[in-house]
Design a protein around this ligand. Structure first.
Ligand code: ZN
Length: 184
């Protein structure tokens, strides 16, 4: 399907252009012209096809978040958000092994839960709030490390939080702009 506004070729049946976000003309018109043969009558499955999309998608002019994430300009942002969440899981795993299992610090499990929980919020909800909380947590962690050991530590969490904040905000900005304009 060729996008009317930017000319990009999209998969057959796609409802929105992956390049510019414009709604693609539904296949009703083109299918009617292409595959209706006089005398042949409508195949019954085609009638079903008409009934479904019309009732379901009439008035739908915006992509869902899943569709939005697959667009060319959004994919890299979503990928970076996922990467920052994965760093959070790795930090959680390291902390679990080093502090809880090897260090015997039972309360360390709380740190693991916080970091992994915020990572999940960042990955699946692309939550800016989770990213900011992770940032605050990482600063407190840094101070705690200075008090405890005399030197700063926990750099990986800080990097992870900065990364998560940058990209969750970028994502939300793009999503808000898309909601308003219908364009990517
Ligand atoms: Zn387009």
């Amino acid at each position: 399907m060729i996008c009317q506004s930017c000319g990009r070729a999209n998969e057959l049946g796609a409802k929105f252009c992956k390049g510019c976000g414009a709604p693609l003309a539904s296949d009703e018109g083109t299918q009617q012209n292409n595959s209706y043969q006089p005398g042949a009558g409508y195949p019954t499955n085609m009638q079903n096809q008409y009934g479904m999309p019309q009732s379901m998608y009439a008035g739908t002019t915006r992509m869902t978040k899943e569709e939005f994430d697959q667009c060319e300009s959004i994919k890299p942002i979503a990928k970076n958000i996922r990467a920052s969440a994965i760093i959070a899981y790795v930090i959680g795993a390291i902390s679990l092994v080093a502090n809880v299992i090897l260090g015997g610090n039972v309360f360390g499990i709380l740190d693991v839960a916080i970091v992994v929980g915020l990572g999940l919020g960042i990955q699946f909800a692309k939550s800016r709030v989770c990213a900011v909380i992770l940032g605050v947590y990482s600063v407190f962690n840094l101070i705690y490390m200075i008090v405890l050991t005399g030197r700063p530590g926990g750099w990986l969490i800080i990097i992870c939080a900065v990364y998560a904040i940058m990209y969750t905000f970028k994502y939300q900005k793009a999503w808000n702009a898309y909601q308003q304009t219908g364009q990517l």
